[in-house]
Design a protein around this ligand. Structure first.
Ligand SMILES: O=C(O)C(=O)C[C@]1(C(=O)O)C=C[C@@H](O)C=C1
Length: 280
């Protein structure tokens, strides 16, 4: 089985792939959209992409690309603990407090915002395509006193020294990764802790109280929602769609009944997936 991920080797996404699919052939991509495109084209069996972080919130690029640009389905998800470390080239370990630049993925920098503000005020931050790309960049510039924020796997992979560990601002730091595949493809992930169904719901325009009616379609059926999030449709100001997660696998009665009720209200409903959730 071929699984695509945001590369290079030793990103958090790569770590998630290694945990979920230890036997798979891992294929790195330079961006999340490229990885999803490869799944759509059938070059890989599934793409693993970050969806949401407990400190930083949703990964908008993933959600928007999934909804607007692909027909991929969510076939599984994994909740992965995230530990961010400050890594430097071993040549500069004794002067890590004087680093001239700190680079990482924007989500990783944001997860360490308070640490950076306190310890490295005024030091430039550079966005890289992933945490491992930042670690690789530091490795390839041994002459510069610069640092990467990345995980310990990247530290080992790129021969960097650990200057400060666990620098994320809140100790509870977890990212949810989605497993995306073409519709009809099933990928088994065991053991399952929870099940979920994700829907994209677009409301009819200018109807007072529709969101209330949408929520009551779930509430009177006692369908427990774990997330409701709005994202712009990208067609005009004030035009939004909703992502709604239900804590249940698709069944024959309750969820199809709720969907039919939403459609009767004039909503458009797209099934994003019904899948198992795995905790690493
Ligand atoms: O850069 C990485 O290592 C990634 O896998 C990406 C990513 C993200 O996009 O949120 C994944 C997990 C962490 O939250 C930080 C970065």
């Amino acid at each position: 089985m071929k699984i695509g991920y945001l590369g290079p080797e030793a990103t958090f996404t790569d770590y998630a792939v290694r945990q979920l699919f230890p036997e798979a052939e891992r294929i790195p991509f330079v961006s999340i959209p490229e990885c999803m495109d490869a799944a759509t084209a059938g070059e890989i069996d599934a793409a693993i992409v970050p969806l949401e972080n407990s400190i930083e919130g949703s990964v908008n690029l993933t959600i928007d690309y999934l909804v607007h640009e692909t027909d991929l389905q969510i076939v599984g998800e994994a909740v992965v603990p995230i530990r961010q470390h400050l890594l430097v080239h071993p040549n500069h370990l004794d002067k890590w407090k004087e680093v001239q630049l700190i680079c990482s993925h924007p989500h990783a920098l944001a997860q360490c915002h308070k640490f950076l503000h306190k310890e490295f005020k005024g030091i430039p931050l550079e966005h890289m395509s992933s945490t491992a790309a930042a670690a690789k960049f530091v490795q390839s510039h041994p002459e510069r006193n610069i640092a990467a924020i990345a995980n310990s796997l990247a530290g080992e992979e790129y021969g960097l020294a650990l200057a400060q560990q666990n620098i994320h601002d809140y100790s509870y730091n977890h990212t949810v990764f989605a497993v995306l595949a073409k519709s009809g493809e099933s990928i088994s992930i065991d053991p399952t802790v929870e099940s979920k169904t994700s829907l994209m719901v677009t409301l009819p325009s200018d109807h007072a109280g529709t969101l209330h009616q949408v929520l009551s379609a779930f509430s009177w059926r006692k369908l427990n929602l774990s997330k409701i999030e709005s994202r712009p449709m990208k067609t005009g100001l004030g035009k939004y769609f909703f992502i709604i997660d239900i804590n249940l696998k698709i069944d024959d009665v309750l969820i199809p009944g709720a969907i039919a009720e939403l459609e009767a209200l004039g909503c458009t409903v797209k099934m994003l997936g019904s899948y198992s959730s795995y905790k690493i």
